[in-house]
Ligand binder design. Structure first.
Ligand code: PHE
Length: 455
């Protein structure tokens, strides 16, 4: 009934919809599962108190990540438009200023800026698939593994090639549309990703160092827990769910009324967390079995792991599997970053979907070139004391993401009609008062704390 009403009230152009709840869950999980899960989460856990960090992180997901995820979907679904128009129209309907559209502006801008450097890193993953397949890792020692990575960063031609390939792949998928591109890709890549991960965890169990990895990831060490650890956990809960960049809002705009937002969000959060933990159980047994340093931080994947792959039997296959896994995770996130920009262009300009995708893709690609040059030719070009890559990262993760996330949660909690929200979430009176407390106070305060302390 309400779906028919919404459609009747919809504007002349037909707005796409996911073909099923499962398709939506896979697409949203594809967005959530990215470099953050495979590359960042494992080393964060290892460095920040193991099981203690995991517990804090789970609390952050429940109290802040999940409510903001639901809020973004709810706003997107109610608006059925690109994030900027959605915010503007919902605000007008609620009798508030259309200035709320700025939340959409900052989200779409964040998505655009993040994709430009995310694609550069996606390119690294592709480059390492090729290196793995051509036996470059064989017999690699620490020095040569380091040189391989810094050599890649120092070569603008090769970075450009891989960035271009990754961006072309992203544009090709997004141009095929919401169901034919985004959903179909997620349905293909996410199960494959899960299978690859399972096989790698299975290999980890045979190394003899699986228990050491379990210990490293899960044994709580509260002495490592500082205020910084809380802030890192909160920031990561935000990033890993793709919040604050209009991505989930755009995905919500293709959602029908029949999907239960709370239970779907719970599913996506659980899948995202399980995959992040599994990534740790794939990586650390290999690291420990080869006597390598688990705390290598950012270099863990691109420097430490290739050393291991180069020395173990079947290392070539394992390496190909691992970097394909990383590439798939990056692709399903990259397409979700392009989507809000494309949705905006599609609805606000005369461009067709394909033309909008190519236009957005070229603009992102061009900015990505500035990002990749900051590892080599432009490494001395500093703006506000940062190279372009770091500037893009800082501007988005420290400013745009928290501000967008805060805007969305405050709008949902304070501006949307209370009864309709309660009905939409299917909550009891008690459940709704918990929801209200979380979305009005706990989550916003959490975001503000991270925002302020990161400055
Ligand atoms: N959630 C992704 C990750 O954990 C990152 C991402 C950010 C994806 C923004 C899409 C949009 O890596």
């Amino acid at each position: 009934m309400s779906a028919t009403l919404a459609q009747a009230a919809a504007p002349a152009h037909t707005h796409a919809h996911w073909s099923s709840r499962a398709g939506f869950v896979l697409a949203a999980t594809g967005s959530a599962v990215g470099l953050g899960n495979i590359w960042k989460f494992p080393y964060m856990v290892g460095q920040s108190g193991g099981g203690a960090f995991v517990l804090i992180y789970l609390a952050c997901l429940a109290a802040i990540g999940l409510p903001i995820l639901v809020a973004e979907w709810m706003v997107g679904r109610r608006g059925q438009k690109n994030p900027i128009n959605t915010m503007s129209e919902l605000a007008a309907q609620a009798g508030r200023t259309r200035m709320w559209a700025l939340v959409g502006v900052s989200g779409v801008l964040a998505a655009f800026l993040i994709l430009s450097f995310y694609s550069v890193i996606g390119g690294w993953a592709l480059a390492y698939v090729k290196d793995a397949a051509t036996g470059v890792f064989a017999g690699l020692d620490g020095d040569r593994a380091g040189a391989l990575f810094t050599g890649m960063l120092g070569d603008p031609g090769s970075l450009l090639l891989w960035h271009t390939a990754f961006m072309a792949l992203t544009v090709g998928i997004v141009a095929m549309g919401v169901t034919g591109g985004l959903e179909r890709t997620a349905k293909l890549l996410m199960p494959t990703l899960a299978l690859l991960l399972l096989l790698l965890v299975g290999y980890g169990m045979t190394t003899g160092s699986f228990m050491a990895a379990l210990d490293y990831l899960f044994r709580p060490d509260w002495s490592e827990v500082t205020g910084q650890v809380f802030i890192a956990a909160l920031g990561h809960a935000f990033f890993t769910l793709s919040l604050g960049m209009a991505v989930m809002m755009a995905y919500g705009s293709y959602l029908g009324q029949d999907v239960n937002l709370l239970s779907t969000a719970r599913t996506v959060v659980i899948l995202d967390t399980v995959i992040a933990l599994a990534a740790g159980l794939a990586i650390f047994p290999i690291v420990f079995a080869n006597g390598l340093d688990p705390a290598a931080g950012p270099g863990l994947i691109f420097v430490t792991l290739p050393i291991a792959f180069g020395s173990i039997g079947g290392g070539t296959i394992l390496a190909i599997m691992f970097f394909l896994l990383l590439t798939f995770a990056a692709v399903t996130s990259a397409i979700s970053l392009l989507e809000p920009v494309v949705e905006l262009l599609e609805e606000r300009t005369p461009l067709s979907r394909s033309a909008a995708t190519v236009t957005a893709g070229i603009a992102t690609w061009a900015l990505g070139i500035a990002a990749l040059l900051s590892f080599n030719a432009w490494s001395e070009v500093l703006i506000l004391g940062m190279n372009v890559f770091d500037l893009l990262d800082t501007l988005t993760s420290k400013f745009l993401l928290p501000l967008t996330g805060l805007g969305v949660i405050l709008f949902t909690a304070w501006c949307l009609d209370r009864d309709s929200v309660r009905q939409e979430l299917g909550l009891s009176a008690t459940g709704f008062s918990v929801w209200n407390a979380v979305t009005r106070y706990i989550a916003p305060i959490g975001v503000v704390v991270v925002f302020v302390s990161s400055l």
